[in-house]
Design a protein around this ligand. Structure first.
Ligand SMILES: Cc1cc2c(cc1C)[n+](S(=O)(=O)[O-])c1c(=O)[nH]c(=O)nc-1n2C[C@H](O)[C@H](O)[C@H](O)COP(=O)(O)O
Length: 501
């Protein structure tokens, strides 16, 4: 077919079906055919998942994982074969999902949004209504998920020292982050594959962030394209970019320059994931052969038994080191922050390296198990920075396990500029869409206003270490409180033992 012939005559399903093997592999995505034969070995998710759809329509499996402009960006135009007459394409027998009927029945019975009173409620509903593979990917922590639980339970080891008889009639929750005024000291942190939970993906979070004047951190591994998410931004709404550094620095440079050109106001380099963690719930789901080609790199040596996480992350550069920081400072004017710093020595090193901030984070417990919670590291960092006179040199954020406004207040008392929140907004989006995320943010604002009043502070700049008692923080022996719904989500029987329930 030459191009205008292809434009005139649509390809038929029968013709495409002939190209169903490694020697000649054509797939259909969104009604158009593509010759991916040469791309097979480059696919980060490995050739297996593509070959599964060789000669067929791959759209349904493809869409939640790949930004829409992926083929435009990464597949040579000569491989774009043109439009398909979809009436001639045989409908794929969908693998019967045994849980689907039961899931639909739970969706029909799910509580109305107004019955969600806190962020854990969204988690409990999402667990029961989300597709298993999506729930597995979002909820997964690494290994035994000790750090996943510790992230939230660490806040239960910090107690308040409220003051009284202070005029708290009007409460101001606003502050600034990297110079941006925000209505509450939280941001929507970067979490990959938003379309697993909601067909619209990350743009839903953009709309909620805009409504609540909070910052959105755009993930490198978003389901939506970067430009879709930025196009959704309106007015003076602020977005940051979370960056997984590619082994191919030209790709990384292009991404950074494009983000700056599109108005991103911060570059958060993820430094705690030279290799993505071992998330067993995710590994058990059928993602073992699905991958994203968000960043094309070579090698069929992707270990596809590691679920979506490993399949979509083979491009990440494990050789990234402090020596690279000057290069990043040379390629952008955006403030640069390191996301995933986990001890005070590295915060001090970050300050001398000239970056503008850090996020004290263990990636939501999805990386190194037995890493300490962000709040515990914060309690280690700030006194040392004050001792060295460095506490105003950079902005310090934490994320991980933030589920209540009291968690936010504790972080600010200990010196954080703000906090990142991940899963709760994903669960709210997955269960209730934009109204869910909107309500989740409003609940936090209502909780925060009340709690500020009760500890005797009328604005966040009054918060300080004198309002908290952190003596219990380094004790890791406390049993994880069983009264939080979040614990219901850790389900050891999700694996092979499930059938023995
Ligand atoms: C929940 C979640 C978190 C991810 C995340 C995906 C999910 C579903 N992904 S991941 O696939 O690679 O692990 C990212 C990511 O793309 N990049 C990143 O810097 N952090 C990633 N994180 C970590 C996130 O930015 C926060 O550190 C973490 O979510 C904070 O903990 P909570 O979920 O408890 O709020």
């Amino acid at each position: 077919h030459d191009s205008n012939d292809t434009q005139a005559v649509k390809l038929t399903g029968e013709e495409i079906a002939k190209h169903n093997n490694r020697e000649s592999c054509w797939v259909i995505v969104d009604g158009r055919a593509y010759d991916v034969t040469e791309f097979l070995p480059e696919h980060p998710g490995g050739p297996k998942i593509i070959l599964k759809y060789a000669g067929k329509d791959a759209t349904e499996e493809y869409a939640p994982i790949h930004p829409p402009d992926t083929l435009e960006k990464y597949l040579d135009k000569s491989k774009h074969l043109g439009e398909v007459d979809m009436k001639t394409v045989e409908k794929e027998e969908k693998e019967e999902d045994p849980d689907e009927a039961e899931r639909q029945e739970r969706i029909a019975r799910m509580p109305i949004l107004e019955q969600c009173y806190n962020l854990m409620d969204f988690e409990a509903v999402a667990k029961r209504v989300m597709k298993k593979t999506a729930w597995a990917y979002y909820s997964s922590g690494a290994d035994d998920e000790i750090t996943l639980r510790e992230n939230h339970s660490a806040f239960h080891k910090i107690w308040f020292r409220p003051r009284v008889l202070v005029n708290v009639e009007s409460i101001d929750l606003s502050t600034t982050m990297l110079g941006t005024k925000v209505s509450i000291p939280l941001y929507v942190t970067a979490t990959a594959l938003g379309k697993l939970g909601n067909p619209e993906g990350e743009v839903v979070l953009t709309r909620a962030a805009r409504k609540h004047s909070v910052v959105q951190m755009i993930p490198t591994l978003a389901s939506c394209s970067f430009d879709e998410i930025v196009d959704e931004r309106q007015g003076d709404q602020v977005q940051w970019l979370q960056l997984y550094v590619n082994k191919n620095r030209d790709i990384t440079k292009r991404i950074i320059e494009h983000a700056e050109a599109r108005g991103c106001k911060g570059l958060f380099i993820t430094v705690d994931a030279p290799q993505l963690g071992r998330r067993e719930k995710d590994m058990r789901s059928k993602f073992s052969d699905v991958g994203s080609n968000v960043q094309n790199t070579g090698g069929d040596n992707v270990d596809r038994s590691q679920g979506a996480a490993r399949a979509i992350s083979s491009f990440i550069d494990p050789s990234l080191s402090w020596e690279d920081i000057p290069w990043f400072l040379s390629v952008t004017k955006m403030p640069i922050l390191l996301k995933g710093v986990q001890r005070v020595e590295d915060v001090i090193r970050a300050i001398s390296a000239g970056v503008h901030g850090v996020v004290l984070s263990n990636h939501g417990g999805r990386q190194l198990d037995f890493a300490r919670s962000g709040i515990e590291v914060l309690a280690e960092v700030m006194p040392e920075l004050r001792r060295l006179g460095l506490d105003n040199k950079i902005e310090i954020y934490i994320d991980g396990g933030i589920r209540r406004a009291t968690d936010i207040i504790k972080a600010l008392c200990l010196g954080a500029k703000g906090v990142g929140i991940g899963r709760p907004f994903l669960y709210a989006m997955s269960a209730y869409g934009l109204p869910g995320v909107d309500r989740a943010m409003q609940l936090l604002k209502d909780e925060m206003e009340m709690n500020m009043r009760l500890i005797g502070c009328s604005s966040v700049d009054q918060l300080g270490p004198e309002f908290v008692d952190t003596r219990g923080l380094s004790m890791h022996t406390t049993g994880v409180p069983s009264d939080t719904l979040g614990l219901d989500v850790y389900d050891p029987l999700v694996g092979p033992a499930a059938s023995l329930r």
